[in-house]
Design a protein around this ligand. Structure first.
Ligand code: DX5
Ligand code: ZN
Length: 217
């Protein structure tokens, strides 16, 4: 069964507490928090002060996805705010290894993220060090976009590398995930599924979360 990480980008921004507690009660395995800087991606969301505000109201694992140019500028703030994992894009910095080191030095799990246009080969040297790899299944910046099936090959390649070399990282998918698109990703090796609009846009979010779990049993 894949783990489900609802993305609060699709929650009601004036009712975060209600919307976070609702998914926590209804089967969410972690909480995905999208940070957008208006530069790396053409949209803005919120920053570390929001992460700090969320931290005391939930026990969910906080999976923080930084869509931020030169993320090493802010890694420490997000760690201090209470992130359990911090993801940084390989495309966003010339010093991805340093950024990952900083996250680990802060005592937080480290994730490297790749955009749809970025090959797995670009992050191969990092695979022995990371706790999670995020394969973007849409171009980052907005919720509610269409899943890109070509990304499944990258998931498979990562899973093969994981097995061949004995690495130990989770493989997360993010963008356009629902109870249908998740199936082939899970078969290819994905272990964590982010779902924004599919969960928060549903009439019955609990059923939406359960449908992803049930599709990957
Ligand atoms: C996209 C974000 C996603 C977004 C996914 O840039 O990284 O986490 O919330 O939304 P859906 O599930 O609606 O595609
Ligand atoms: Zn995300």
């Amino acid at each position: 069964m894949i783990k489900v990480a609802p993305s609060i980008l699709s929650a009601d921004f004036v009712n975060f507490e209600r919307d976070i507690k609702m998914v926590e009660k209804n089967g969410a395995d972690l909480l995905h928090v999208d940070i957008m800087d208006g530069m790396f991606v053409p949209n803005m969301s919120f920053g570390w002060t929001t992460v700090a505000a969320i931290r005391p109201i939930t026990n969910l694992f906080l999976d923080v996805h930084m869509m931020v140019q030169n993320p090493e500028r802010y890694v420490d703030q997000f760690a201090k705010a209470g992130a359990d994992l911090i993801g940084v894009h390989v495309e966003a910095t010339s010093h991805i290894h340093r950024a990952l080191q900083m996250i680990h030095n802060d005592g937080v799990k480290a994730e490297v993220v790749i955009n749809p246009g970025t090959p797995v080969s670009q992050i191969e040297p990092l695979l022995p060090f990371v706790d999670q790899v995020l394969v973007m299944t849409v171009n980052p910046g907005f919720g509610g976009q269409k899943f890109l099936p070509q990304m499944i090959e990258k998931i498979q390649l990562l899973d093969d590398l994981k097995k061949d070399k004995g690495y130990d990282f989770d493989i997360e998918i993010d963008g356009g995930v629902n109870d249908k698109t998740v199936v082939d990703c899970y078969k290819a090796g994905a272990t964590v599924a982010v779902a924004g609009s599919f969960v928060y846009g549903a009439d019955d979010p609990a059923a939406a979360i359960a449908s992803i779990h049930n599709a990957t049993r």
